[in-house]
Design a protein around this ligand. Structure first.
Ligand code: SAH
Ligand code: SF4
Ligand code: F3S
Length: 489
């Protein structure tokens, strides 16, 4: 595929994407994915993932690397020879959770001395060798760019050495590795399009744990998406810390692929494939991306656009490189170009130096945008970040918490208002799984990424179903199916 131009690749793909796959073949693929590898070496690994979607996708890459080396997979850590925790450092709480988990695993290690415990991911990268001193049960520490070295590290560790590889890379994208899908609903999948981050938001540990930003080969992305479609997947989410700065030069043609270009290539793989992406950065989100979204029905009209704060002064201290006006201009562009688009966000309460007035500005920007959904956090100082070095973490915890509660309460109202706007409408739902509450109900997401629940009848996981929305809460929509959707046909 490497010698074709990107538009030729797309033409190639168009030939294949309509080939139907029977239900039983989808099942087969999934079973094969999770089965013992042909070169099974008698040992099994177990992996648990924490943190962001990119970290979950990394676990799927780790699973592929280990399977290639002959490891079997197990979903029960008590029968594993190698227990891996893929960790997150984003807030102190995330690291506390991992330390608690390691306490639990201590018992396993007491019972079976030859079990190996590995810590992967951002906490491994942040703490490096000191993690071995702090957590004595850990045998292997591996950073996010060193997963290809895992088989070697495990082999050495089996001889009794503690092993660490936390080298960061400027090139590694794992582009050639086909991830083993671990959450296997067989319907939705994550596809990483880039790694690392070159921004230096003052509060954020990610540039330190994930290294420099690099974009993955566009061909390998399109090929992975095509492979997912062949296996019956119906939705992909393209992942990067800042997808808008995706940039890859085709070495053959010197053609530069931007995020808007990549989005188009992925959308063209199949009109029946839903395409999502995360995360957009307000400073880099171009109208070009919005126009591409407008052109393709299968690119979901949903944007996660983290604001962090509504105050220009706080945004400046955060080094977010945009201000309140710039952010609101981007929201206006979304409303203009994509009138039905849902917007969600991330908000941090109580960043260093945040005054009551600054906080009021966050509440007011929430009110102006009326986000469909938000992830809301109390500021947590991370060692080594710009904020930790430059500023005092001077907002008392009670005040941070009070502000956070206000932000959450307001968001709940807005989510409810946004969901009420869907009452009486028909939304197209991609069915993902049975509902948590009742096996007689199915649930899935609307184009706008809202969770929709409806009675199962004879609908199947993976169907696109038109649902008439009859009830809602701030968290979900509920309705009744009116038929299979002709989405993309
Ligand atoms: N790349 C994404 C964010 C990744 S981290 C972006 O730029 O938007 C996900 C979210 O965690 C951030 O958006 C931020 O809201 C939150 N976060 C990051 N560091 C934090 C910290 N030190 N304390 C509290 N929340 C934090
Ligand atoms: Fe962190 Fe900022 Fe990079 Fe997002 S853009 S990962 S918040 S440094
Ligand atoms: Fe956490 Fe690392 Fe993701 S710190 S949020 S797992 S990039």
């Amino acid at each position: 595929m490497e010698n074709l131009t990107l538009s030729q690749v797309v033409d190639e793909l168009k030939i294949h994407h309509n080939e139907p796959l029977t239900e039983d073949r989808q099942g087969e693929t999934l079973v094969l994915d999770a089965a013992e590898p042909k070169n099974f070496n008698g040992r099994r690994f177990y992996i648990e993932s924490y943190g962001c979607q990119m970290n979950f996708n990394d676990s799927e890459i780790v699973a592929a690397i280990l399977q290639q080396d002959g490891f079997g997979m197990t979903r029960n850590y008590e029968e594993a020879d190698l227990i891996l925790l893929n960790t997150c450092s984003i807030r102190e709480k995330a690291e506390d959770t991992i330390r608690k988990r390691l306490r639990v695993l201590n018992n396993v290690k007491h019972q079976r001395k030859d079990v190996l415990v590995g810590v992967l991911g951002c906490m491994a990268e942040r703490l490096k060798t000191s993690l071995l001193e702090q957590e004595r049960i850990v045998d292997i520490v591996v950073g996010p760019d060193a997963y290809r070295d895992l088989p070697n590290l495990v082999a050495k560790s089996e001889e009794g050495q503690k092993m660490v590889n936390v080298l960061l890379s400027r090139e590694e994208t794992y582009g050639d590795i086909s991830p083993v899908r671990l959450d296997n609903n067989g319907v939705t999948a994550f596809v990483s399009i880039m790694r690392g981050c070159d921004n230096m938001c003052a509060f954020c540990v990610v540039p330190f744990t994930r290294g420099r930003e690099r974009s993955r080969n566009a061909y390998s992305i399109v090929a992975e998406v095509q492979d997912l479609v062949n296996k019956g997947y119906k939705e992909v989410t393209l992942l990067g810390q800042n997808v808008d700065s995706y940039k890859w030069e085709n070495p053959d043609t010197k053609e530069m692929v931007t995020f808007a270009g990549l989005l188009e290539l992925v959308a063209l793989v199949s009109p029946r494939l839903r395409v999502r992406f995360s995360t957009s950065h307000p400073k880099d989100m171009t109208d070009d991306v919005l126009h591409t979204m407008a052109r393709y029905d299968n690119i979901c009209k949903y944007i996660h656009l983290p604001v962090q704060s509504g105050s220009s002064a706080v945004l400046k201290a955060m080094n977010r490189t945009y201000d309140r006006e710039w952010y609101l201009d981007r929201v206006a562009a979304i409303r203009r170009i994509l009138p039905t688009c849902a917007i969600s966000t991330d908000i941090i309460a109580g960043f260093c130096g945040e005054t009551a007035e600054n906080h009021a500005e966050t509440l007011s920007i929430q009110d102006l945008v009326k986000y469909e959904m938000a992830y809301m956090f109390m500021y947590s100082e991370r060692p080594g970040t710009l904020a930790a070095r430059r500023y005092a973490d001077d907002v008392p915890t009670e005040v941070k918490n009070q502000r956070l509660q206000q932000i959450i309460a307001q968001q709940n109202e807005h989510s409810l208002i946004r969901n009420q706007q869907d009452l009486g409408k028909v939304v197209c739902v991609l069915v993902e799984k049975p509902s948590k509450r009742s096996n007689d109900d199915l649930c899935g997401r609307s184009d706008q990424n809202k969770m929709v629940i409806f009675p199962r009848e004879n609908y199947q996981i993976g169907d696109y179903v038109d649902v008439l929305v009859e009830h809602c809460t701030s968290a979900s929509l509920r309705g009744k199916a009116i038929g299979l959707s002709n989405f993309g046909q």
